[in-house]
Design a protein around this ligand. Structure first.
Ligand SMILES: Cc1cc2nc3c(=O)[nH]c(=O)nc-3n(C[C@H](O)[C@H](O)[C@H](O)COP(=O)(O)OP(=O)(O)OC[C@H]3O[C@@H](n4cnc5c(N)ncnc54)[C@H](O)[C@@H]3O)c2cc1C
Length: 263
């Protein structure tokens, strides 16, 4: 590591002030992505502004038709929350599938959504459920928020405060895990909402995306067979040492059918 100034934020206002006063500062939440990045010298912030202890970011609340999760809520808390399990069981299941117990005990939903790793789990639920990302400045719809690999609509100094999920009629998540990290080689979140079926795919392409062809087919016939003959463009998928484009494209179809069967 290299010398860095550590500031434990006392409030959201304090964190905002610290970011404004130090242009090269970075927020620190669970540190599960940021600390390895620092160790590898891929980032060299002047300050780490630790928001991990802010109670204001730790609430989970449910209203008649929405579930609100604070940015600082940890993955294990989402997985174990009775409110989440009752309101959107697929979201609790998804959180329980992230990484390993150590990662789930420290990693936060806000950190994951801010980071927008193309193989992360939460982006599939955020887009699949048409959630809204609330920051210290504004509300951002999921469709406008995700902008490709590690890219989001967040501006400098902007802090995610909570994520609000409309409650679906039903939803399911299926992931093909990388056996070492747990990250999604490909994973699919399917939600049946009052406005139709939504299918969001993570891990397969450069960023989370909706598979609209499958959404239309499932809107007519909500069964795994409805998507059996459909495919995504393999050339638009990611290829790396773990899987080819064609393999990931095939997984999109398989994971979608599994999620629909689970519904
Ligand atoms: C071994 C391992 C396995 C993993 N497996 C998975 C997996 O299977 N699935 C998966 O989805 N993820 C996985 N992860 C990533 C994990 O979920 C991280 O917790 C998550 O990506 C980042 O959350 P964090 O709270 O640790 O954020 P940090 O690492 O503290 O921060 C990440 C980035 O987000 C910014 N940030 C943090 N909070 C906010 C906020 N409220 N507003 C704005 N910006 C913010 C930070 O400045 C930083 O740039 C894995 C990580 C590890 C180390």
């Amino acid at each position: 590591m290299f010398p860095v100034n550590y500031v434990r934020a006392k409030s959201l206002k304090h964190a905002v002030e610290q970011l404004a006063a130090n242009p090269d500062a970075k927020l620190l939440a669970g540190g599960m992505t940021l600390l390895p990045t620092l160790k590898q010298r891929l980032a060299r912030p002047s300050h780490l502004i630790d928001i991990g202890a802010l109670r204001a970011l730790r609430a989970i609340k449910r209203s008649r038709d929405k579930l609100s999760i604070g940015a600082g809520v940890r993955h294990y808390e989402v997985a174990a929350s009775a409110l989440v399990r009752e309101a959107i069981p697929a979201l609790a299941y998804l959180a329980g599938q992230i990484g390993d117990p150590q990662v789930r005990n420290l990693g936060t939903i806000g950190g994951s959504v801010a980071n927008n790793d193309p193989a992360a789990d939460y982006p599939a639920a955020v887009l699949g459920l048409a959630a809204t990302i609330l920051t210290n400045r504004r509300r951002i719809k999921a469709q406008d928020y995700f902008q490709g690999m590690f890219a989001t609509a967040l501006e400098d100094g902007e802090i995610i405060t909570r994520i609000v999920f409309p409650l679906p009629k039903k939803a399911a998540y299926e992931k093909f895990r990388h056996p070492a990290s747990g990250y999604a080689m490909t994973a699919v979140f399917v939600a049946v909402t009052g406005r139709g079926v939504r299918v969001a795919v993570t891990g397969a392409g450069p960023g989370v995306f909706r598979w609209t062809k499958a959404e239309r087919a499932l809107g007519k016939h909500l069964a795994p067979e409805a998507v059996e003959k459909l495919s995504v463009d393999a050339q638009a998928m990611n290829e790396d040492m773990h899987a080819s484009r064609e393999y990931r494209a095939n997984l999109v179809n398989v994971m979608t059918r599994r999620a629909v069967a689970k519904l």
